[in-house]
Design a protein around this ligand. Structure first.
Ligand code: NAP
Length: 311
């Protein structure tokens, strides 16, 4: 039986993997794609301590290499289900390639980009609609793109897109951004960035590629056509909990509820990073959660599986 299976390879999972491997736990990480999570599609990270202005892919590659250097095994497998075990039998994880028995599980599957949900969005993914400026920005050299959203992601990625696009229009549903002040100021001053306030996208149009969006002003209800070559959507994220059993408590947004030690309501199952119910979704908080979780898991495994009174 494994000591720990980590599900998900973003900053929380990689930090947990590093801590667990350093602690000589019998640990495996299962990640359905490449390790790195959303940070691997983030152009630049300027607020992770010690690494000013590092590219997201570079930062997570360093995290992965650091975790592997302590012996972390990372497997490319998608977890399909968790079977909650009884007593000291441990829990069972079923993936698309196998089955694992483990004393503890750390769920660190983060979140994935939320869709706007308007007409034409799905059909134009890859034809002008994107959720990743790092991946697709270069396709919009000298073009005009719209960025939807008013949070850190929208404004930071909007700034990144100015490297390629001739014009970036940030469309936000309110008249005030949610993003951190320093990046709001950078965007407000940027000659290639302009804003459309109090507005939502009603439809994305163009055959085959995007050439127009219909925008509705939510104060006046007026709908206008707006010519753009691309639409970058940053309207928040959805938790990746499809495989998580319903017995594990979640909040109304679907995020896993943990205590301060990163325990869920099910003994032996822990969660860390963006998948959890919390206000701050930063790389540094995800890493902090993970370090806390591993210390809790070490105590849990010793107490539950090695203390004679429980055997
Ligand atoms: P977010 O903070 O949840 O912001 C989402 C934005 O999209 C909000 O401005 C929201 O409007 C808008 N929105 C939501 N649903 C919409 C819809 N259906 N149509 C139009 N607009 C919609 O998401 P995020 O910017 O991706 O950030 C997620 C988390 O990661 C946050 O905690 C953020 O601080 C963190 N993050 C941090 C950094 C950094 O520190 N460098 C970088 C990126 C992200 P309202 O404002 O009206 O709600």
């Amino acid at each position: 039986m494994h000591d720990l299976i980590i599900i998900g390879g973003g900053p929380a999972g990689l930090t947990a993997g590093m801590y667990a491997a350093r602690s000589k736990l019998n640990v495996v990480m299962l990640e359905k794609m490449m390790p790195g999570g959303n940070v691997s599609i983030t152009a630049e990270v300027e607020n992770y301590p010690g690494t000013p202005n590092i590219g997201g892919p570079e930062l997570v590659t360093q995290m992965e290499n650091q975790a592997r250097s302590f012996g972390l095994e990372i497997k490319s497998e998608e977890v399909l289900s968790i079977e909650v075990g009884a007593g000291t039998n441990g829990h069972t994880i079923k993936s698309d390639s196998g089955e694992y028995k483990t004393k503890s599980i750390l769920i660190a599957t983060g979140s994935s980009p939320r869709r706007i949900g308007c007409n034409g969005e799905e059909e134009h993914i890859g034809r002008g609609v994107s959720y990743c400026a790092t991946c697709d920005g270069a396709f919009f050299r000298d073009k005009h793109v719209a960025v939807i959203g008013g949070g850190d992601s929208a404004v930071e990625e909007g700034l990144y897109l100015t490297k390629f696009a001739k014009r970036v229009t940030i469309i936000h549903r309110r008249d005030k951004l949610r993003a951190t002040k320093i990046i709001q100021e950078k965007a407000a001053k940027h000659p290639k960035i302009d804003f459309i306030w109090d507005s939502v996208v009603e439809a994305i149009e163009g055959t085959p590629a995007v050439n127009n969006i219909k925008i509705k002003n939510i104060k006046t209800n007026e709908i206008t056509d707006f010519k753009v070559d691309g639409v970058f959507v940053f309207v928040g994220y959805m938790p990746g909990t499809g495989f998580v059993p319903s017995i594990i408590s979640k909040d109304e947004g679907g995020y896993i509820i943990t205590d301060k030690e990163m325990r869920t309501n099910v003994p032996g199952i822990f969660a860390a990073g963006d998948i959890t119910d919390k206000k701050q979704r930063q790389i540094v908080t995800a890493c902090g959660d993970a370090a806390t979780a591993i210390k809790t898991i070490e105590h849990y495994n010793e107490w539950y599986f090695e203390d004679e009174q429980y055997l």
